[in-house]
Design a protein. Structure first.
Length: 332
């Protein structure tokens, strides 16, 4: 009887131990079905372009497993981000988001998610410079002439953007603040319709990522006034584009970075695997070539790691908060 009681007491522990290899085996099979990569912007926009290139690199790094792009646009990226924050933490729903992860807290009084608390950070992907572009018949030839026109005719020129809080919106606001000028902002539901109206002459200007403007600049469909980098971009499509410094606006720097996120509570083993997939994807020759052609810079430093990615976003959140408050005050 004594031996029987001892055996019964041991059974729960034995059961737990017996399940460990099964759980580990199941984890080792991840992913055994397609992954969904949520892009919180419209299809065809600059962040979507990065996401589609990266999804293909991920597919190869995952041994051919399908990665589905799900464009969930609206509210400056907040609707898509909130969807992923609420998703099951199983590694099958991921978010590819941009600089709005750091700027949204300062732009919106109420968010349906907490950027620094509701996600697992998987690593940064790329940084993309901005270009200031205009309709080709705009009667100015360079940044200096454009600046004089804005200052001489306040409120006359229109500047499109992909929605309140978008990178295009922020860049446009910062440009107006830098030159102490005023233009009429025209928000759209995504970059694609904003670019369409710019090409059609319905708006005068837009400040947008090189991933969305380089082809239009190269084929002469847009007039370009500058790129927001310290030195010129060497790719054939953008090599002739002057920097803002060359145009007389010193130290105007805006870059849009992109990172990968999973819902909070995703198992550590899956997070580590996804970080490994991210790092492999960042070395993919086709991905590197595509991003270079678009003027994007693929992340090669420690920010491709999970902890450094989150540390960077925390720093960016702190950096942008006072800037955005000052811009908002100037715009009122």
């Amino acid at each position: 009887m004594k031996n029987r009681r001892l055996l019964l007491r041991a059974l729960p522990a034995i059961s737990v131990i017996a399940t460990i290899p099964l759980a580990t085996g199941a984890m080792a099979q991840y992913p055994d079905k397609p992954l969904t990569l949520v892009v919180p912007y419209t299809a065809g926009g600059p962040t979507d372009r990065v996401a589609r290139d990266f999804a293909e690199a991920m597919r190869k790094a995952l041994g051919g497993q399908t990665v589905i792009i799900d464009n969930v646009a609206g509210a400056g990226g907040n609707i898509g981000a909130a969807k992923v924050a609420r998703a099951a933490p199983d590694g099958y729903t991921l978010l590819l988001h941009n600089i709005a992860m750091a700027t949204s807290p300062a732009l919106y009084r109420k968010l349906a998610y907490k950027p620094l608390e509701d996600f697992e950070y998987l690593g940064m992907i790329s940084e993309v410079p901005m270009t200031l572009v205009g309709r080709p018949d705009l009667p100015v030839a360079n940044l200096a002439e454009l600046t004089r026109m804005v200052l001489a005719e306040p409120g006359k020129l229109t500047i499109g953007n992909a929605g309140v809080g978008s990178a295009a919106h922020l860049c446009g606001l910062l440009f107006q603040q830098a030159i102490k000028g005023n233009m009429v902002a025209v928000p759209y539901k995504g970059t694609a319709p904003a670019m369409s109206d710019l090409l059609g002459g319905q708006v005068d200007l837009m400040c947008d990522q090189t991933t969305n403007t380089s082809a239009q600049i190269a084929n002469g469909k847009l007039k370009v006034f500058g790129v927001t980098t310290a030195a010129r971009i060497r790719t054939p499509q953008l090599a002739a584009v002057p920097t803002f410094d060359e145009g007389g606006l010193k130290d105007f720097r805006v870059a849009v970075w992109h990172g990968l996120y999973a819902p909070k509570g995703t198992p550590p083993a899956i997070l580590n695997k996804l970080n490994g997939v991210l790092k492999t994807s960042l070395r993919d020759p086709d991905f590197l070539r595509r991003e270079a052609d678009l003027g994007a810079v693929v992340v090669t430093d420690e920010r491709s790691g999970r902890e450094d990615h989150k540390r960077f976003v925390m720093q960016e959140t702190q950096r942008w908060a006072p800037v955005l408050k000052a811009v908002a005050s100037a715009a009122d």
